[in-house]
Design a protein around this ligand. Structure first.
Ligand code: SF4
Length: 311
């Protein structure tokens, strides 16, 4: 099969991973767990209910604590935007397993049918209640994402051990702190103490500095799970066909630990009422659920407007 330049770039990146894989200290996993326990111990004693720490809550609490507190108080509701990612990932998961190369729309319909039948996934009721117009919009949007993936990635060989939507979870303090995430796509696996997994985050939309931190958090979760970190972290921007890779190193894991401790400490302090939330105007004011009643949103708008005028 002749590959496009974009597919060749992905393949080259995957092949590079066969060279120079590093070995880790067998005590790495316990060392990381001990470090997290030690750094969070001063606040962990105040927890009375499990505190869940995921990438979205971490990003929010580090940007504006009041935003995180407000979001945590609102029950989650499915929307077309939220469903888009879930259906796209399921369709890509199906594309990896299928050998008959179905069309993107065929994969989307298959994914929708499976999700609507899956009693373990809370999205089922939402999908069943969609109007014809909403369903058509969702099919069209997801079909584009899946089509981009199939066009830009080479067919994934079984020998690469592709896995999609792989959950990762690390429990600290007897399950009172739960770090969790879901890896879009992983390829390869560690071999003993030798790193060998590539973790891929599939992104729609523009690049964002926070995407680096999300993948580093996943690298930490993967290491806490199996004791060997991924070899490489890849952000793949489907709209642009752009790939950005970072090799995992001790510095990368250290950055992930520091950020995770910082965010988790703040989440514990806020959830347990140890202190009130700080208000920090930031770009998320534009979509924050309390933007209409928060002075921070006005402050951000004014500062943003001023910065644009100066440009
Ligand atoms: S509107 Fe802005 S400043 Fe106010 S809580 Fe939301 S993100 Fe924070």
């Amino acid at each position: 099969m002749t590959l496009t330049p974009a597919q060749t770039q992905v393949l080259a990146m995957l092949r590079e991973c066969d060279q120079g894989r590093f070995e880790v200290d067998p005590r790495m996993r316990e060392g990381l767990r001990a470090r997290l326990h030690e750094d969070l111990a001063p606040v962990a004693g105040a927890i009375t209910q499990p505190v869940f720490v995921g990438k979205a809550a971490m990003a929010r609490v580090l940007a504006c604590e009041a935003h995180e507190v407000a979001e945590a108080a609102v029950p989650f509701e499915w929307s077309l935007a939220a469903a888009r990612g879930t259906v796209a990932h399921r369709a890509i998961q199906l594309s990896v397993a299928r050998t008959d190369r179905p069309s993107p729309l065929g994969l989307v319909d298959d994914a929708l049918a499976r999700l609507a039948d899956d009693p373990n996934i809370r999205i089922a009721d939402y999908l069943l209640g969609l109007t014809d117009a909403e369903r058509a919009e969702l099919r069209g949007d997801v079909s584009e994402i899946v089509g981009s993936f199939l066009e830009l990635w080479p067919p994934l060989e079984r020998g690469w051990r592709p896995q999609t939507e792989s959950p990762r979870r690390a429990e600290l303090f007897d399950g009172m702190v739960i770090l969790s995430g879901k890896l879009d796509l992983t390829l390869g696996a560690p071999d003993g103490l030798q790193a060998g997994r590539v973790v891929v985050d599939l992104k729609t939309g523009n690049r964002h500095a926070g995407h680096v931190d999300e993948l580093r958090f996943y690298a930490l979760l993967d290491t806490l799970r199996c004791g060997v970190p991924p070899f490489r972290l890849v952000r793949y921007y489907l709209d642009a066909g752009d790939l950005v890779a970072e090799d995992v190193s001790e510095d990368v894991l250290e950055a992930a630990v520091r950020r995770t401790v910082d965010a988790t400490r703040k989440l514990i302090e806020l959830r347990t009422g140890m202190r009130s939330a700080a208000v920090t105007p930031n770009p998320a004011c534009r979509w924050c659920c309390i933007r209409n009643e928060c002075d921070g949103a006005t402050a951000f708008e004014e500062a943003d407007q001023e910065a644009r005028t100066r440009q």
